[in-house]
Design a protein around this ligand. Structure first.
Ligand code: NAD
Ligand code: UDP
Length: 319
């Protein structure tokens, strides 16, 4: 049985990756220090013989006994609220954590895929964003801790590929949503759905003309799976090109939830990107991948998940 290590396993994307690799017949080792994740996301796996879990901070030396075939490095705070609250840990997991996992990949002769992000493009001056665009990031702005950690992560990954011949893959993930997102992580999808379910007004930051393009989690996981097993070492955008303004998205959530909430406007966070849309030509050509689930279908699934949470979870406030 092939063995795969998934870091960030208790988080949103990591837990879906664990499910996918378990379903494909792998032995899965999940690793997480639970700083933004929740064991509830993977508790259904604990009874399985081919699943193990290590509670460990990957910014510290990572040791795994025995052989290892694949590593998927997904550990990192991902929501702006999270990485602004824990900026140093964010920088460390993208840099030291990635270094540790690349070292592990080299020692075990394992293939490693790292989770990069559309944030490497910063507030993009090119639209839609192709992988060739170098980006527009404010290194010392509040989001710099995440963006620059991810940019460093890509550089050290390519260096390990070039100098140590480690088999590496880099996925640039665009805004992804779905079940198991943390209701209070501050990202716009859980923020709006949570507000609608609690009967609160929806908070649009800025004038709401900024855009995002939302990809359903199942589509993303399929793209990542294909990339891991391709032979392509350069970054690949994975996301859904269907772009929408944040104010239109708020109206969409109001219609979907059937509430009569209003939209209220709050200040735009510093360096909040004005537009974001992936160019997925590369993913189409190399992976024969494109998203299949449209926003209305994906949001319905996501709403069902948030509705299934307890009252206590719905009203729990972290901020
Ligand atoms: P998440 O916060 O739900 O999951 C991240 C997980 O990593 C959490 O379980 C957290 O506890 C764990 N973690 C953080 N630091 C750690 C450390 N030092 N050691 C061990 N575990 C640690 O976030 P997510 O949305 O699942 O994002 C997962 C990855 O995908 C991140 O690397 C993120 O940058 C990337 N990504 C996500 C999106 C998205 O839209 N969800 C977009 C771009 C990139
Ligand atoms: N946003 C918003 N209201 C909220 C949360 C977010 O208007 O309650 C906006 C945010 O300013 C950004 C967009 O929605 O323009 C997406 O934010 P998110 O944190 O989900 O992701 P990111 O900015 O990292 O793409």
């Amino acid at each position: 049985m092939k063995k795969v290590l998934i870091t960030g396993a208790a988080g949103f994307l990591g837990s879906h990756l664990c499910d996918r690799f378990i379903n494909e017949g792998y032995h899965v080792i999940g690793m997480d220090n639970l700083i933004t994740g929740d064991l509830k996301n993977i508790e259904h796996l604990f009874k399985l013989k081919n699943f193990e879990f290590y509670d460990h901070d990957v910014s510290k030396f990572v040791h795994i006994p025995g052989s290892l075939d694949y590593i998927l490095h997904f550990a990192s705070p991902a929501s702006p609220i999270d990485y602004l609250k824990i900026p140093i840990q964010t920088l460390k997991v993208g840099s030291l954590g990635t270094h540790n996992l690349l070292g592990l990949a080299k020692e075990k002769n394992a293939r490693i895929l790292i989770a990069s992000t559309s944030e490497v493009y910063g507030d993009p001056l090119v639209h839609p964003q192709t992988e060739d665009y170098y980006g527009n990031v404010n290194t010392i702005g509040p989001r710099g801790v995440y963006d620059e950690a991810k940019r460093f992560q890509e550089s050290i990954t390519m260096a390990y590929h070039t100098y140590h011949k480690v088999e590496t893959r880099i996925v640039r993930i665009f805004n992804t949503y779905g079940p198991r997102m943390r209701l209070n992580d501050g990202r716009v999808v859980p923020a709006f759905i949570g507000q609608a379910l609690r009967g609160e007004d929806l908070t649009v930051f800025g004038d709401g003309s900024q855009t995002r393009s939302f990809c359903y989690v199942d589509d993303l996981i399929e793209g990542i799976y294909r990339l891991l097993f391709s032979d392509y070492v350069y970054p690949v955008n994975i996301g859904n090109p269907n772009e929408i303004t944040i104010s239109d998205f708020a109206e969409e959530i109001i219609r979907l939830t059937g509430t009569d909430q209003k939209v209220i406007y709050k200040p735009l966070p510093v360096n909040d990107p004005l537009q974001r849309q992936p160019d997925i030509t590369r993913a189409k050509e190399i992976l024969d991948w494109q998203p299949k689930i449209d926003r209305s279908e994906g949001m319905k699934e996501t709403l069902e998940y948030f509705k299934s949470l307890s009252e206590e979870e719905l009203y729990r406030s972290e901020h």
